[in-house]
Design a protein around this ligand. Sequence first.
Ligand code: DQA
Length: 145
Amino acid sequence: MTPSILVLNGPNLNLLGTREPDIYGSGTLAELVDGLKAAYIGRAEIVEFQSNIEGELVGAIHEASGTHDGIVLNAGAYTHTSIALRDAIAGVSVPVVEIHISNVYQREAFRHGTMLAGVCLGQILGFGRVSYSLAVEALLRHIKE
Ligand code: DQA
């Protein structure tokens, strides 16, 4: 069966396209998701959800259990602060890849910490929007193993 991958985006990622385009690029989130869906036809079902609300992201992680085979998670700023998201990831058996568009380690010190990486399968960052497809590839390989 075709694996189902949840691409979960946190706060401010709905602003892709207009938000700091020098860092995040000029394409929209819808374009990014459409591109992923098209690239993985037949290999993965890509389902996307974005929320600016921490609790909704926690809920999406809970619901992914038994529904999706993996999660690509760009938790935005919650990456650096959210024990609730960390606990949600630790509490389900779905593999999660933490991703970032930018290389957070080249940016402000407050972006260098991650609450999430320690409970994720792995972390991919700094490859612009390609970070998303690299994470899908990593999950598909992991699922096959
Ligand atoms: C981000 C990096 C975070 O530090 C920031 O708060 C974001 C986007 C990225 O994709 O590069 O919202 O996760």
